[in-house]
Write a new protein. Structure first.
Lengths: 349, 116
């Protein structure tokens, strides 16, 4: 702050009011006039008490007691905010979900490994991922904030707060049916890791074959099934994100899980069928020996049998899961119905 | 501090502020049964033990005026323009109700304190 000398102590008041007006909207300038009147009255009262005009230090003391211009202006102007208390909890929730539970895992488990696979340098991959994460985070936060500011500005005009019906509330749920946020978040992280692994496998076969990648190659069958497996993983990630973002969609976890299981079963079924129909003198549906050595062919055979056994076990597991989940889905539907009589009109999904 | 535990004096200040907020409205309305301008109103409140700073009083006066409880007009007095406030007919009715409510709350509190 600069101590500009003033010949007239009263000029300090004008300078003070000018600073207050700077922070006030034009519609509030009459408050500054009232403040001016108040300050002049205070000076007059003090002068009458002392029987002499006030000096600069005494006027300064009065202004100091009144407070910093920016603080005084802040108190004088009506309360205004970008995002009000009504929608702030929703804003904070969406922001946290997006930044912590969606963007962070995506960058850590997908973008980072992909950068590493592309550049081949750990340092460069970390640097570019952090840079992209900051930029992406700021853009996402900015967009979310902008959307909520628009909601805040429009909700008073639309009077959406009055337009709600208690009957549209989600039905009561039993504690055991409620999806655990922590468990879902863990599942999401594992699925993201699986997606990163799947994306990297074509470039780094050692991730699936280990040291055997030196003499084994993926069979052509994978060209057909790679995309469906990838899509299933992405669908699973989206499903978990929806569960986290919309915990009130109480039937969604059970029904979407059943759908996911059925789709997985279809894919696994086709893989087993395709393996059975593989033509050729040597049965090598999943991996092929890159070199013609006897040892490599033997290893390829063992790996092929192991993968087939795993697929059959997975198929059996998925069949059992499908039966159990079908029963759970039907039970969730009937229980919800019995919880809320006449709930046919409720919008759960 | 908005989260976590507040210290004793800080907590007291916040609770005092909450307690004062409603009382100040009643006090301002009561003082404005007689027409006054900002400074004299502030002084009168201060002399009666209810100190209030400029940046609290003027927005409060504006709010009460916009609610129809006060009437104001700019007038020149002692060669200066001053905004004079007085209670509106609606404000008089509301003040009467608020004072009755305050009496009820006061009586209840006294009863509670005697029982304790």
């Amino acid at each position: 702050m600069t101590n500009t000398p003033s010949r007239n102590p009263m000029e300090l008041i004008d300078r003070y009011l000018q600073a207050v007006r700077f922070w006030l909207p034009k519609s509030q300038h009459d408050l500054a006039l009232e403040l001016a009147e108040d300050l002049h009255s205070q000076v007059e009262a003090k002068e009458a008490e002392l029987g002499r005009p006030l000096d600069e230090g005494e006027v300064s003391a009065i202004l100091k007691e009144c407070g910093r211009p920016v603080v005084v202006a802040g108190r004088l102007r009506p309360q205004d905010y970008l995002i009000g208390p009504t929608i702030f909890p929703a804003y904070r929730f969406i922001l946290k979900m997006t930044l912590l539970w969606m963007m962070l895992p995506i960058f850590v488990f997908i973008v980072g490994p992909v950068q590493f696979a592309t550049t081949g340098s750990l340092g460069a991959a970390i640097g570019s991922t952090i840079g992209a994460m900051w930029t992406g985070g700021f853009i996402a936060a900015g967009i979310i904030t902008l959307v909520f500011v628009m909601i805040e500005r429009t909700q008073n005009k639309l009077r959406t707060a009055d337009k709600w019906d208690p009957r549209s509330l989600p039905p009561l749920e039993k504690p055991e049916r409620k999806a655990s946020g922590g468990k879902t978040a863990c599942e999401l992280i594992f699925n993201l890791m699986a997606l990163a692994w799947l994306l990297l496998v074509p470039y780094k076969p050692f991730l699936v074959l280990g040291p055997a990648a030196n003499f084994l190659n993926a069979a052509p069958m994978w060209h057909t099934f790679y995309a469906p497996v990838l899509l299933l993983t992405v669908a699973s990630i989206l499903r978990l994100i929806v569960i986290l973002v919309r915990p009130d969609w109480v039937r969604f976890p059970v029904w979407s899980k059943l759908l996911q299981t059925v789709l997985s079963l279809v894919v696994v079924n086709y893989m087993i069928k395709a393996a059975g129909q593989t033509a050729g003198a040597v049965w090598h549906p999943f991996v092929l020996a890159a070199q013609g050595g006897e040892q490599a062919v033997k290893i390829a055979a063992v790996v092929n049998v192991s993968i087939l056994v795993s697929l059959v076990c997975t198929w059996v597991g998925l069949c059992i899961a499908a039966v159990v989940q079908t029963w759970q889905s039907v039970r969730s539907f009937t229980q919800t119905e019995s919880f809320t009589p006449g709930s046919a009109s409720l919008h759960v999904f | 501090m908005t989260n976590g535990k507040q210290s004793g004096p800080e907590l007291f200040e916040n609770l005092k502020l909450e307690l004062r907020r409603g009382c100040l409205v009643v006090a301002v309305l009561a003082q404005l049964r007689k027409e006054q301008y900002g400074y004299t109103l502030r002084k009168a409140l201060g002399d009666d033990g209810l100190e209030i700073d400029e940046s609290t009083l003027y927005p409060l006066l504006r709010r009460l005026e916009s609610q129809g409880l006060l009437i104001s007009e700019w007038r020149e007095e002692d060669k200066r323009n001053k905004r004079f406030y007085r209670l509106s007919p609606v404000g008089e009715g509301i003040l009467t109700q608020l004072l009755e409510e305050w009496q009820r709350i006061n009586a209840s509190l006294e009863k509670i304190l005697q029982e304790a």
